[in-house]
Design a protein around this ligand. Structure first.
Ligand SMILES: Nc1ncnc2c1ncn2[C@@H]1O[C@H](COP(=O)(O)OP(=O)(O)OP(=O)(O)O)[C@@H](O)[C@H]1O
Ligand SMILES: [Mg+2]
Length: 102
């Protein structure tokens, strides 16, 4: 799958100000390549990955999965994308202590 971002922006309100956690980001993530997002703590890496994985929606710009735009997909199509085509390891993984991997 090829993931394409065009001018993607994510803004968090903070009091009367806005934090541009991802600001006008355009990138193409090619299938079969290892791609790393690097940057200082707080620079927006997790926010960006949450957008790429369709866990969160951008406030501006477009995200396309094999040419299909996220904003044009129905909720069940997005659920299908998340469950079958995207693997995600959370930074805060919130393991359930009463359950084993099995
Ligand atoms: N849910 C939220 N509400 C408000 N602000 C947020 C939220 N999530 C992240 N932020 C802010 O957005 C900015 C980017 O945060 P993010 O967690 O994406 O950075 P990061 O690069 O993943 O940092 P780290 O390397 O510490 O994991 C920071 O200023 C952070 O405080
Ligand atoms: Mg992070």
């Amino acid at each position: 799958m090829i993931i394409k971002c065009k001018n993607v922006t994510k803004i968090y309100p903070q009091g009367d100000k806005s934090i541009y956690a991802v600001n006008n980001c355009s990138v193409t993530i090619m299938e079969g390549l290892f791609t790393a997002v690097v940057g200082a703590s707080g620079s927006g890496k997790s926010t960006f990955l949450n957008l790429l994985a369709a866990y969160d929606r951008p406030d501006g710009g477009k995200i396309l999965y094999d040419g299909v735009e996220l904003s044009m997909m129905r909720e069940n199509e997005i659920a299908e994308l998340r469950s079958r085509r995207i693997g995600f390891i959370f930074q805060s993984f919130k393991l359930l202590p009463i359950l084993t991997a099995k």
